[in-house]
Design a protein around this ligand. Structure first.
Ligand SMILES: Cc1cc2nc3c(=O)[nH]c(=O)nc-3n(C[C@H](O)[C@H](O)[C@H](O)COP(=O)(O)O)c2cc1C
Length: 173
């Protein structure tokens, strides 16, 4: 099935062809798919900060210890929770995580590559990146999604299906 094939072949991409642009139409297609994710009580408590400015990319790469490859990527999208819009306290984390997975799959579907670089719950990373981007207090960064044209595609994932992770009617091991 086509859908299943797409879902099973997504990998994190960390090597990009530098200097290549992603069109605004592609960025908005990707974000449209992100916004179709489920969210608690359909509150859609997310905001997406698109970063294509080289100075900002470099500043973020300096403060994020595991996103140095952002320097070569075309863009990053910081997926943020808007705590003014979440329906119940703390739901921004799950709403934005659901949107992020949709986003990653949309990128993959376009033949681009992406890597989710964790920001939440690391308080230093949240603070440093919020300061660089001048975010208001009510926006909480969850993940920094680095996106670009893959230099090479990572190998296919090893089989991750583990039947022992499935428990019917309770947990047993
Ligand atoms: C919450 C979260 C944080 C992550 N943070 C980083 C990161 O900071 N840097 C990085 O290179 N990869 C990061 N990753 C990517 C994971 O390392 C990757 O998803 C995992 O190794 C599985 O590989 P795959 O995405 O290719 O299937 C993160 C993934 C998640 C879900």
């Amino acid at each position: 099935m086509f859908l299943e094939a797409g879902l099973l072949t997504r990998r994190s991409v960390r090597q990009f062809e530098s200097g290549k642009k992603i069109s605004r139409a592609d960025i908005e297609d990707i974000l449209k798919i992100a916004m179709y994710a489920p969210s608690a009580r359909n509150c859609q408590s997310w905001e997406f900060i698109v970063i294509d400015d080289d100075t900002l990319k470099n500043k973020i790469a300096e403060v994020h210890p595991y996103a140095k490859f952002l320097k070569d990527a075309s863009i990053a999208i910081l997926v943020c929770g808007n705590i003014k819009e979440e329906c119940d306290s703390g739901y921004w984390v799950v709403d934005t995580s659901a949107a992020t997975e949709n986003l990653l799959l949309a990128v993959h579907g376009k033949g681009l590559g992406a890597c989710w670089c964790g920001v939440y719950p690391n308080e230093n990373r949240m603070k440093d990146i919020s300061e660089i981007l001048n975010l208001p207090d009510y926006l909480k960064p969850n993940g920094l999604i680095v996106i670009g044209y893959p230099k090479s595609f990572p190998s296919q994932p090893k089989d991750r299906f583990k039947v022992e992770k499935i428990h019917y009617n309770g947990f047993s091991r």
